[in-house]
Design a protein around this ligand. Structure first.
Ligand code: HEC
Length: 415
């Protein structure tokens, strides 16, 4: 972005906005289509034996009404006798989601690795090391997952599911011990997203191609391609809820900043899978409330477990108006904020890579500090989410000073 001069960070902000917009649109198209086909698969019913449909090779069908018309999808297993003239494929939804997601990873994280990926209280990495770890996680994730699918374990759904879950929790553990919490979370999500898209690109689509080539050559298509594709598509289905949480996790410092953030992520992913399982069974006509109840219970237990501790009560200040003490205390706090926060949180941030005040939070005047006292306290004392990745090296003593000031009423010393 150097070629843009002082407008570089601003230009990057625009790329960020447009690519994120695109990523959400393509992601909705992909996951929406995928949910729809899983629903179809779970909802179709076999035609009456000996009926004309059964003779044509239809394995299941259903009727639906939508947008003022009636639809009658039919599923052929393994394939219809003749290849239809026009056949629709579903792949660009997945590919464009990955491409835009990867671009976003580069724009948000890799081009600003010191601020967004490195947390020196976790590991003192260079930007290149952090980016290398991020990229490696995507590749290693796919290799491990693909090998597991091809191993004998791949035939046992539950055992496979538990193994891949354990692998993802282990990955969160390793990544949260190398990168900042938000980058670690996001890379677990990118790992899963990469597995999902690679399933489409390397297994599902090539398998479908082989089936069609066999039919064009006048042979019977081998059902193994369909079976393998189905396995990957079921995995993708269970991955969706965890991945979607991770993509919004950056808004919730209470998760990724927690001391055991890797375990927090594990619990949330498990809840997502349980809830997804409920819907998959329900489409098949089985309503098993124990799954969503277990999922919600996990989230409730987690909410209690990670709740912030009650603030330590500081000796109450003398009642009444402002004192000289208050003024002195506020002056100290302002010095801390000036040193540790204002490089990012100002009208014109001086921190490289920041065009505008992040989150719209500005702290460069006494009035702004006073107005934002609650949020400052929450972010720096309760959650320790700020300064971002502690880039400006705020000390624990300084956090304690800010805490004491807020707990004593966040006074400014002005009458
Ligand atoms: C390196 C840049 C940087 C520094 C330094 C920094 N912040 Fe932030 N801050 C951010 C970013 C980026 C966000 C947006 C976070 C997000 O999107 O979740 C943010 C968000 C915030 C928010 C809004 C959070 C919310 O979710 O409502 C507050 C409050 C905040 N910072 C306070 C502070 C305070 C106080 C300091 C100093 C102790 C500080 N920040 C230092 C980058 C920084």
């Amino acid at each position: 972005m150097d070629g843009f001069g002082y407008l570089g960070p601003y230009a990057l902000e625009w790329f960020n906005m447009l690519v994120r917009w695109l990523h959400i649109i393509t992601g909705i198209a992909w996951i929406g289509a995928s949910f729809y086909f899983v629903w179809l698969d779970n909802t179709i019913r076999p035609p009456a034996p000996g009926s004309e449909l059964a003779r044509k090779g239809v394995a299941g069908e259903l009727w639906a009404v939508h947008g003022g018309g009636f639809y009658n999808p039919q599923k052929y297993l393994v394939a219809p006798a003749e290849l239809p003239r026009e056949l629709h494929w579903f792949k660009w939804e997945a590919y464009s989601t990955w491409i835009s997601g990867f671009a976003l990873l580069v724009i948000v994280y890799y081009l600003n690795a010191q601020a967004m990926m490195v947390d020196r209280s976790v590991a003192d990495l260079t930007s290149w090391q952090a980016v290398g770890i991020g990229l490696a996680s995507l590749v290693i994730g796919w290799i491990v997952y693909d090998l597991l699918c091809r191993s004998p374990l791949g035939k046992h759904d539950l055992a496979f599911g538990l193994t891949i879950f354990a692998f993802l929790v282990l990955s969160s553990y390793v990544l949260t011990h190398l990168l900042s919490g938000r980058a670690a979370y996001l890379h677990v999500g990118a790992m899963i997203g990469t597995m999902m898209v690679a399933n489409v690109a390397m297994l599902i689509i090539p398998g479908q191609r082989k089936m069609i080539n066999a039919m064009l050559a006048g042979d019977k298509p081998d059902p193994i391609h369909g079976i393998k594709a189905k396995q990957r598509s079921v995995h993708n289905n269970y991955f969706t809820l965890p991945v979607l949480f991770i993509m919004i996790s950056n808004h919730y410092a209470m998760t990724y900043r927690h001391e055991y953030s890797w375990a927090v992520l594990g619990v949330i992913m498990a809840a997502g899978v349980l809830i997804r399982h409920f819907f998959n069974l329900r489409h098949k006509g089985r309503v098993e409330w124990k799954y969503p109840v277990a999922g919600v219970a996990l989230l409730a237990i987690l909410a209690f477990a990670i709740a912030p501790k009650a603030p330590v009560q500081v000796k109450a200040q003398a009642e009444g108006g402002a004192t000289e003490d208050d003024a002195a205390r506020f002056a100290q706090v302002r010095t801390i904020i000036d040193q540790r926060c204002v490089s990012c949180h100002a009208q014109h941030p001086t921190q490289p890579g920041f065009a505008t005040a992040p989150g719209g939070v500005m702290l460069h005047t006494p009035e702004l500090v006073s107005q934002n006292a609650q949020r400052i306290y929450q972010q720096t004392v309760q959650m320790k989410a700020m300064p971002l990745a502690n880039l400006t090296n705020m000390t624990d003593a300084e956090r304690a000073q800010v805490g004491a000031w807020f707990e004593a009423g966040a006074k400014t010393g002005q009458p």
